[in-house]
Ligand binder design. Structure first.
Ligand code: BGC
Length: 936
């Protein structure tokens, strides 16, 4: 065993376990799984060649050293063998059907063409195999939602044909879904395979995790974190999902199981929390007691079957309907047992608070407007292994309605609409009715005007941030010496791929100018997340199982352990903040980024984010919880307004964030691209100052999403930084150069017109400095408490980039070295290596004319240029850079021959002309130098 601090093999072992625990087995007739030792497997489905390790977009751009898919994993295990004939047939077919990448950002197809399998061929293969495994793969992601079409939410005709013929020919067929998000499942009834499991997108260890469940080395204990309904139109958000301009939350708090269990149980194919095991368990509720504002109870879980395994215990409350109306079930706690041997029992303890039992009254119907209230009546607690459990753990009776927390109006809607409310029926069921939603009575921005910050004053000068750290002065005194110009610069984050931080990272902030650096503010670094560390220069990092997969494991300790490793890797790469976890609610199954998020349930979401944050905090780095808030779709993501009641916002969309701040110590937040109830979230004083900071006590930094807009809904503008800073969204991410104000923001003119005050800028600057002072970058800068960095530096690897193509680049008779653009691989993850050979030594410049070819304005297209092994320049075009532009990269003091390397992390960049031009010959200088060296 190595004694390395960062040990990638140990990391991989934890990730493998996390994938296995996240796999959700939905069907397992006649014990088709686990596979019998010696089983001859017929592996169908082209995803055997391209296991989807994650979805697409920023959350999927991790350069991995390897990805183990299902086929590789099965092939590596000599307990099983793959049908050779089928394998050979696929191997032949794939030669003419390579993976289709699509062109550019957000253009990767949701699925890949399948090899048709005829009934006869399936029959023939079945005669030489024991069991069939059919893999179905899907992707989606940023800027590209799923769709209710074949190849996305629905199976393709080819996939149906495979299922039809394979299930007819084989006694046992196992279907594995390598997807980031739930898909339509009606086909299970139609083809009736023996076993079906969601294996999700498990990162680089995904196939190994799947193997462990298939082989029975790990007994499946994953449970759904979303409800799978029969039809996409059954989801209550369906009528209001996917609009480009405005989406109304008519279903109010009745998202996912809150809707289905209350109104439409019959529409559910697989309920929330459901998942099978290879063994059976009993769950028995024991002691139940309450004191003050807390309740406690114990549950005994016994393995009543024949194999060892883990069980997930879920605790739901059924609250009284009262005046507000409530869902019939709400998850308030969960836990997972250790691996229990047959016959073994374990007691699990649960605690809940009265705050968790309260509901938000946004209309005043209970007599307590804008308060969380506990309505009078009975609260019944159910425990079990999915939302439909019937074991009662206890009942709490509230004799009268009381206030759990009085708040004030914030983020209420500014338009009229109606929302869902249950009407109890005589037979105990509920019918859907609609009621008008209470509208805002005051604008958050008017409240801001009555609550302006005081000027931070001081009369000292020459202070450094270290003086604050060592208590020689206050933060106020330190900030007071920053000029307006310095304040403008400190709220501008730079990127992407700023040369001031780890190459290829998303953003740099803090000491981004010389004068800020002189004040002792180092430059902090952040990068995507959440599926691992994204470094667009091609540097490798560990690709993590996706959020949906990890949440389905319901094992918070394991997630925390996994994120200990992630935190260490983040620190090793000199990154301070990972841009994740993503914690938006799965409002609708078609949201393309559901793979990055956890669940339709806020409690599951909050708990998972807490585990990941705690994991990273162990090593002094943190995560940026995103996207704050109501980022429920990708369609029209920087134009769309989400309209929702204050109750739905608080109970569904903000709850997880609130938990992450209060319990997880979150101290970095990213707002969304979109707007909510009148304001872009980046500029919502209600959201960012009143709720996040004043109500929850958040004490960290808030950053925008990359190139996000500020202002009022429908009038967003990404130069409107005044609106962003006013809301106390501290950092605009990202601008090319803070000092040159390349984003052309309005700070300078706004301070003159009074649209923003110096005090408001100071407040953001103080938030940023305080954050940086407590991050590894500062420890390294002042060279204190950085033993971890030193140890990690000793372990540094000298990573070589592989390249796809070698090109010779020679000077011609005119003295110019021209490169043929057609020789450059501009595809995603591709490297072109050039041997550059000049006739004379000297200073050169590389001149290239480039443009972006992308469908989305927010596409990110990075190119890294290396000279020998050194990174000389990173260029990130966005989708907006669609006009040809010329970029010049200095190559000073060049020898006659060297290597140059281009690495593209995404496709979508077009290169027209590219050549080296001599700026200054250094032939004479070099000659003299060598002559001198010879003399010495
Ligand atoms: C995404 C963010 C991401 C950022 C930086 C944006 O397009 O929405 O989630 O962190 O880019 O890559």
């Amino acid at each position: 065993m190595s004694n390395k601090l960062f040990d990638v093999e140990k990391f991989a072992a934890v990730a493998r376990r996390a994938v296995a625990e996240g796999i959700v087995l939905l069907k397992n007739d006649d014990n088709a799984l686990p596979l019998k030792k010696g089983a001859k497997i017929a592996l169908f489905g082209r995803s055997q060649f391209n296991y989807y390790k994650s979805g697409t977009g920023s959350g999927g751009m991790v350069n991995t050293a390897y990805v183990v898919g299902v086929r590789e994993a099965l092939e590596s295990d000599d307990r099983f063998s793959l049908n050779a004939k089928l394998k050979d047939t696929y191997d032949e077919w794939i030669k003419d059907h390579p993976y289709e990448l699509g062109e550019g950002w957000a253009a990767e197809p949701w699925f890949q063409e399948e090899m048709p399998i005829s009934a006869d061929f399936a029959k023939e293969i079945s005669e030489e195999s024991d069991v069939a495994i059919v893999l179905i793969g899907r992707t989606a992601g940023e800027d590209q939602d799923n769709s209710n079409k074949q190849g996305s939410y629905l199976l393709t005709d080819d996939e149906r044909e495979i299922l039809k013929n394979v299930t007819a020919a084989f006694k046992q067929t196992v279907v594995l879904l390598n997807v980031g998000n739930i898909i339509d499942m009606k086909w299970v009834e139609e083809y009736n395979p023996s076993a079906v499991a969601y294996i999700w997108q498990g990162g680089q260890e995904g196939g190994n995790g799947a193997l462990d469940v298939l082989s029975g080395d790990v007994n499946p204990s994953g449970r759904l974190t979303d409800t799978i309904a029969r039809d996409i139109t059954d989801y209550p958000s369906d009528a209001n999902f996917g609009g480009e301009k405005c989406n109304i939350q008519q279903e109010d708090i009745y998202v996912g199981y809150r809707y289905f269990e209350t109104f439409a149980k019959e529409k559910v194919l697989y309920p929330f929390g459901f998942g099978l095991s290879y063994t059976t368990f009993s769950i028995e509720a024991k002691k139940f007691e309450g004191e003050d504002d807390k309740g406690y109870f114990t549950v005994t879980v016994t393995n009543t079957g024949k194999r060892k395994g883990q069980q997930v215990v879920q605790v739901y409350v059924s609250k009284p309907q009262g005046d507000l109306g409530n869902p019939v079930r709400e998850l308030i706690a969960f836990g997972k047992t250790k691996e229990l041997e047959p016959g073994e029992s374990q007691d699990l303890q649960f605690t809940f608070t009265s705050y968790q039992l309260s509901s938000f009254d946004d209309s005043g119907v209970t007599g307590h407007k804008n308060a969380y209230v506990l309505q009078e009546g009975e609260y019944t607690f159910y425990v079990g292994d999915n939302v439909r459990c019937e074991e009662i753990a206890g009942v709490y009776s509230a004799a009268e309605t009381r206030v759990a927390k009085q708040l004030s109006e914030a983020l209420a809607p500014v338009v009229d609409f109606e929302r869902m409310k249950p009407v109890p029926q005589e037979d105990g069921t509920f019918k859907v009715s609609y009621e008008p939603v209470p509208k805002a009575t005051i604008d958050g921005d008017d409240i801001r005007k009555t609550n302006m910050p005081q000027e931070l004053t001081g009369n000292k000068s020459g202070l450094k941030l270290l003086d604050v750290f060592d208590n020689r002065c206050t933060m106020e005194e330190f900030i007071s010496q920053l000029s307006n110009e310095e304040l403008f610069c400190i709220v501008r984050g730079e990127g992407m791929s700023s040369p001031k931080v780890t190459p290829g990272c998303g953003g740099a902030f803090g000491g981004v100018t010389d004068s800020l650096l002189e004040k002792g503010i180092p430059v902090a670094c952040c990068t995507d997340g959440p599926s691992g560390i994204r470094m667009d220069c091609g540097k490798k990092a560990f690709a993590m199982p996706n959020g949906a997969c990890l949440a389905s494991g319901w094992n918070l300790e394991l997630s925390e352990e996994l994120y200990n490793w992630e935190g260490l890797e983040v620190r090793k790469n000199k990154v301070d903040v990972l841009l994740g976890p993503g914690m938006n609610i799965h409002r609708h199954p078609l949201n393309g980024r559901n793979f990055e998020y956890f669940s339709e349930d806020p409690y599951v979401t909050g708990k998972n984010a807490i585990a990941q944050l705690k994991g990273m905090h162990k090593y002094g780095v943190t995560g940026t919880i995103k996207h704050f808030a109501l980022n429920t779709q990708e369609t029209g993501r920087h134009t769309v307004e989400h309209v929702a009641s204050a109750r739905a916002i608080r109970e569904i969309y903000l709850k997880g964030f609130e938990m992450a701040v209060k319990e997880g110590g979150a101290h970095a937040v990213m707002t969304t691209y979109g707007s909510v109830n009148g304001y872009y979230t980046s500029s919502s004083y209600d959201l960012v100052t009143r709720i996040l900071r004043e109500e929850w006590g958040f004490d960290g930094i808030v950053m925008t999403d990359w190139w996000a807009k500020g202002g009022k809904s429908y009038h967003g503008d990404n130069s409107n930084m005044a609106a962003i800073v006013r809301a106390q969204n501290d950092l605009y991410m990202v601008t090319g150069n803070a000092e040159l104000n390349t984003n052309k923001d309005n700070l300078e003119e706004s301070i003159k017109t009074g649209d923003i005050t110096r005090e408001e800028l100071q407040r953001c600057a103080a938030n940023i400095c305080k954050f940086i002072m407590n991050k590894p970058v500062f420890a390294r800068y002042i060279d204190r408490d950085n033993d971890i960095d030193k140890k990690l530096a000793e372990e540094a690897d000298d990573e070589e980039l592989a390249f796809d193509k070698m090109v010779l680049c020679d000077v011609d008779e005119t003295g110019i070295a021209t490169i043929n653009p057609a020789d450059i691989n501009t595809g995603r993850n591709s490297t072109t290596m050039f041997t550059v050979s000049f006739k004379e030594r000297g200073d050169y410049k590389l001149k290239m004319t480039v443009r972006a070819n992308a469908t989305s304005e927010l596409a990110q297209i990075p190119l890294s240029i290396f000279r020998d092994k050194l990174l000389v320049k990173m260029i990130t075009l966005t989708g907006e850079d669609s006009d040809w532009q010329t970029i010049e990269v200095p190559f000073d003091a060049c020898a006659m021959t060297f290597f140059m390397k281009f690495y593209f992390a995404q496709d979508g960049m077009e290169i027209k002309d590219i050549k080296f031009e001599l700026v200054k010959s250094r032939e004479e200088e070099f000659r003299l130098m060598f002559a001198r060296m010879g003399e010495e």
